[in-house]
Design a protein around this ligand. Structure first.
Ligand code: DHE
Length: 535
């Protein structure tokens, strides 16, 4: 009897500690004195470091039944055994036998002992305002062009570096939340930047004062964040709970929680959310329901002026009468796991990584009519979110890498035909260019040649150079400066660096040591929605 009490209290303490460590409120449904089953032990040994002790997600996604609805148990076994393409998930075939794989997969589909809750109350309680909006000086505390700065995210030790885009000297290095993912998003004046972490934190950072000004936890397992074209609102997309969350950008005050549900109440993860400034709305895709959502923000009294390279001005135009902050549902023929837009945000170009097309194609949907206007024959999991566009022989084209195929596809955005497929040295993750550059850069993120980067000529649509900045070290993700004259490339290693290249001569100019630098984000390119970068 005393032993049982000890076992129960220590298990509860462990759960409490895990909950507190994750900053979560866990609702116990039934306390159990059972010893941990072998599958749970296997989970804690092999999976918990990435997916979280309580299956709530970490560097890897949450693994709860509600988040596995599109994955058949047999397929889950395959992922455990062989790993998952285009992610950091390794295969465990050499560490687990068949029975262990199947026990573990079966255990993942069991409901957790405690239902994770992250709703209005938890979000409100998590908010920390260090400096209220308007309380800090309005002039930069450094001498550099504030519109040509870069933020470099260093995932090795969870830091970010503010870099002068003219001298390429670091201005400030600061600690971030754990495992930032996705691009940080700037306000249109470039003064503030918002970071999103995989475990749900949004951090608002004042670049001029080099200070974190406000933070809030939007969810337990978050996908990404978007900032409205006028910089007044922030929207977060979550895998867990199934929700979109809207904040006032000034102090990250909670405005609204949108449960991600279909019309008959079925619930879904959210694939991602983006701002569509020409439409004056957020566009999100659901991951477990075949729907895209459009959520308009209030139009400004003054039009937003763009001096960038967008084909159409940023001044928002409404093509529908959905009230502000209400959801307009757009049914689509398949799930959209990954998606991209044309420059005026008239179309969403999306792909499913399961479902009907099973990562073997994409589709184009008109966001006003809701009609599918084209299928895209793109085998090998196109990574449309990394797509970029440029003008080619009087027509706009887009290019996308493939996550499971050594190729880059180039598509005519008028006819939606694939006009060229370039063979590369391996599947890639990111592509970049700039309206002022004749070249597109495409990395080789996977496979034995992940130390290579291809340079593609925008006019001939041919690979004209393949660089190997450091043999054996992953080279990935490029971002140009505001003029398109220089660019940064990551040596994606713990003892890595960002390398500065001349965009014309392709000569290396400088290396700045950094800890596993992932994405780099130039203020001008991001706030002007430059055609060669991610939005
Ligand atoms: Fe990402 C952006 C989804 C794995 C590094 N990634 C994004 C975005 C989405 C996405 C939806 C756009 C968000 C934005 O910018 O607002 N990523 C996914 C996945 O579904 C996938 C394949 C599986 C997963 O783990 O979620 C995945 N991503 C990775 C990685 O393994 C990478 C290489 C390392 C990491 O940090 O996790 C990675 N993703 C990035 C980066 C961006 C990104 C650096 C921002 C790119 C940019 O230039 O804007």
């Amino acid at each position: 009897m005393p032993d049982t009490r000890f076992a129960m209290s220590s298990r509860l303490l462990l759960l409490l500690a895990a909950g507190l460590a994750a900053g979560l409120m866990l609702l116990p449904s039934a306390a159990s004195a059972e010893p941990a089953p072998p599958a749970e032990t296997l989970y804690q040994t092999h999976c918990a470091s990435c997916h979280g002790e309580s299956r709530l997600g970490g560097i890897g996604p949450a693994l709860l039944p509600g988040n596995l609805s599109r994955l058949e148990p047999a397929a889950a076994e395959g992922v455990i055994r062989d790993g998952r393409a285009a992610s950091q998930m390794p295969g465990f075939a050499d560490q687990l036998d068949e029975e262990q794989v199947s026990d573990l997969a079966e255990w993942l589909y069991r409901a957790p002992d405690e239902e994770p809750i992250w709703g209005r109350d938890e979000i409100l309680a998590s908010q920390v305002v260090h400096h209220r909006d308007g309380s800090l000086p309005d002039t930069p505390r450094f001498d550099a062009d504030p519109l040509n700065l870069f933020i470099v995210v260093e995932t090795g030790d969870h830091h970010a570096t503010l870099l002068d885009g003219d001298t390429f000297e670091p201005i400030h290095r600061f600690e971030t939340r754990y495992a930032l993912h996705g691009g940080p998003k700037y306000t249109p004046d470039g003064r503030h930047v918002f970071f999103g972490s995989r475990d749900g934190w949004i951090t608002k950072y004042d670049i001029y004062n080099m200070e974190v000004v406000a933070e809030v936890r939007a969810g337990i397992n978050m996908r990404n964040i978007a900032v409205s074209g006028d910089g007044r609102y922030v929207m977060a997309a979550n895998y867990l709970p199934h929700s979109l969350v809207l904040f006032d950008a000034h102090n990250l005050d909670l405005m609204k929680v949108y449960p991600a549900q279909g019309e008959s109440g079925e619930s879904s993860r959210v694939s991602a959310v983006y701002a569509a400034p020409p439409r004056g709305s957020f566009i999100a895709a659901l991951k477990d329901i075949e729907e895209v959502w459009e959520i308009p923000w209030p139009l400004p009294t003054e039009p937003v002026v763009s001096t960038g390279h967008m084909a159409t001005p940023l001044a928002p135009q409404r093509h529908h009468d959905t009230p502000n902050f209400r959801v307009r549902r757009i049914p689509v023929p398949d799930y959209l796991d990954d998606f991209f837009f044309d420059l005026d945000y008239a179309h969403v170009i999306g792909a499913s990584r399961g479902g009907e097309s099973d990562g073997q194609g994409g589709m184009v949907v008109n966001l006003d009519s809701g009609e599918k206007v084209a299928d895209l024959p793109l085998e090998g999991m196109p990574h449309l979110g990394s797509g970029i566009t440029w003008e080619h022989e009087g027509r706009r084209v887009m290019a996308t890498p493939h996550l499971t195929r050594a190729a880059v596809s180039i598509i005519d955005m008028t006819t939606w035909e694939v006009i060229k497929t370039l063979e590369t040295d391996g599947p890639g993750f990111f592509m970049r260019s700039h309206a002022n550059s004749p070249y597109v850069w495409a990395d080789v993120f996977f496979g034995p040649h992940r130390d290579r980067v291809h340079v593609i000529d925008k006019a001939s649509l041919e690979i004209v150079e393949t660089l190997i900045p450091e043999p054996g070290k992953t080279a990935a993700h490029v971002e140009f400066d505001r003029y398109g004259e220089k660019l940064l490339l990551s040596l994606w290693e713990d003892d890595g660096a960002v390398i500065v290249y001349d965009a014309e001569s392709l000569e290396e100019e400088k290396r700045i040591p950094m800890s596993k630098p992932s994405g780099k984000y130039n203020v001008w390119n991001k706030t002007r929605y430059e055609e060669g970068t991610s939005h």
